[in-house]
Design a protein around this ligand. Structure first.
Ligand SMILES: NC(=O)c1ccc[n+]([C@@H]2O[C@H](COP(=O)([O-])OP(=O)(O)OC[C@H]3O[C@@H](n4cnc5c(N)ncnc54)[C@H](O)[C@@H]3O)[C@@H](O)[C@H]2O)c1
Length: 431
């Protein structure tokens, strides 16, 4: 079977003898066709878990002329499983040779070194993100980086540098804060900007669910392998629930406020976590934004408790409710009458981020949005640090003075790591 390009060439040859008019007409036709067929962009994925597989699937589903050509994971078997699943769904968009699948802690480097790869999707646990984004930008790749962007101030500074370098290099960085691309969120922010609730006086946002996975230690695992596998429960890897999950709502608040907070004050604790988990299972934070506006934040993951992931923005003339997932947004006036509503689809938003990334590359106007997501990730870190230490912590301290750097020095597969420990307010130091 000739390819589309071959058949176009064959047709063109057939026309050549038919005279100059037909030939000129054909040239116009083929240049239109060429404009319709953008260059194929080749994807490499680092981190072939649940979201990595989802992100590649979203990109292959929404974009034409993209192909998955390289993959890395701590376990090469996960690359193979991803290949099998995606080949079944998108046979003509997956070309993943055994030699292009890489395991181990250095596997990501093989993807970044691969000249065949144009766009790298980074979907490992969050602790690795800042260094991997930095290296991907240095390797000249366009990047899709899952959220959160960082879990501590050291990672935040790396992200800001990588953002600026991508801008200078003309390469894209789109991030996995998909609500920024969801109709019900965009519509709500537009309404608020237009004055539909008057001026913003404060907000409430919650990220409460009833459970999260825990991956027990298998025989023969080093400390490093165990923690990387059970990453949710180690703060250097996940940043705790406030960072790993609730960053979505915190990002929404920063977007609505068009600002980062001035300071945070909060508390929380742990009742139900497994003994060696470093995570807390509940946290309540007051974030103070410019102009004395307080955002009341709560996150919780306790079995048997009610779920609520919604956000409410209070204005001088009304209230805006922004529902999570696909539950839509609405606005009420001061009498409680609904004045506006909009549905939203999270599945569409997950795809839209990959369409925007690829479209921006093809248009020669690469989107670079890492700073915004790094700001939101650090806002989550601000809340966590305030709760862990029991102190009021300022944005200025965290961005300009904090020496907090959680990533282990000289991480290797067999590394012995300090035993897990969870924070205790009043004892955990502000550094
Ligand atoms: N945007 C969203 O709504 C959304 C939803 C779920 C997860 N996420 C984010 O996606 C990321 C991954 O989450 P997940 O649910 O897919 O986790 P997961 O545990 O299912 O997958 C992570 C994968 O990364 C691999 N990995 C870990 N460290 C690696 C390294 N250094 N090099 C190569 N591979 C490595 C693991 O082996 C694993 O296969 C997290 O940052 C998470 O917060 C985002």
């Amino acid at each position: 079977m000739p390819t589309t390009a071959e058949s176009r060439l064959k047709n063109r040859r057939g026309f050549l003898g038919a005279g100059a008019t037909a030939s000129a007409a054909l040239m116009v036709h083929s240049s239109v066709a060429a404009a319709e067929e953008p260059r194929e962009l080749r994807l490499g994925i680092v981190g072939c878990g649940g979201r990595g597989a989802g992100a590649v699937n979203d990109s292959l589903t929404i974009n034409s002329r993209v192909k998955l050509v390289a993959a890395a994971d701590l376990y090469v078997s996960k690359c193979a499983a991803l290949r099998q699943a995606l080949t079944a769904a998108h046979e003509d968009k997956v070309s993943l040779a055994d030699a292009s699948m890489h395991g181990g802690l250095d596997g990501y480097k093989r993807v970044l070194d691969d000249p065949n790869v144009d766009v790298v999707l980074l979907a490992t646990s969050p602790g690795f993100r800042p260094a991997y984004v930095r290296e991907a930008v240095a390797a000249g790749k366009h990047v899709f980086a899952e959220k959160p962007a960082c879990v501590d101030p050291a990672g935040y500074r790396i992200c800001l540098e990588a953002h600026d370098k991508a801008v200078a290099a003309g390469t894209a960085i789109v991030t996995g804060t998909q609500y920024r691309r969801q109709a019900s969120y965009i519509g709500a922010v537009e309404q608020i900007r237009k004055g539909a609730i008057g001026h913003i006086v404060g907000a409430t946002t919650r990220y409460c669910s009833s459970s999260i996975w825990y991956r027990g230690r298998k025989e023969g695992m080093s400390d490093a392998e165990y923690q990387m596998s059970n990453w949710m429960h180690f703060i250097w890897l996940s940043g705790d629930q406030i960072c790993e999950q609730a960053v979505h709502n915190i990002d929404t608040i920063n977007w609505v406020m068009d600002a980062t907070p001035v300071s945070a004050f909060g508390s929380g604790g742990r009742f139900t976590r497994p003994a060696d988990s470093e995570m807390w299972d509940s946290m309540n934070i007051d974030f103070e934004y410019p102009d004395n506006r307080i955002v009341s934040f709560m996150c919780r993951q306790i079995p048997g408790t009610a779920a609520d992931n919604s956000t409410v923005i209070y204005g001088s003339a009304g209230t805006c409710r922004i529902g999570s997932m696909s539950s839509g947004s609405s606005i009420f006036d001061r009498s409680g009458t609904m004045t506006w509503e909009m549905p939203g689809s999270i599945a569409d938003a997950y795809k839209q981020e990959h369409k925007d990334l690829i479209d921006s590359i093809r248009a020669g106007k690469p989107i670079v949005e890492l700073r915004q997501t790094a700001d939101s990730s650090l806002t989550a870190v601000l809340g966590r640090v305030a709760a862990y230490t029991g102190q009021r912590v300022s944005w200025d301290f965290l961005t300009n003075h904090s020496k907090l750097d959680l990533f282990p020095k000289d991480l290797t597969w067999d590394a012995a790591l300090p035993a897990s420990q969870h924070a205790i307010p009043g004892k955990t130091k502000l550094i």
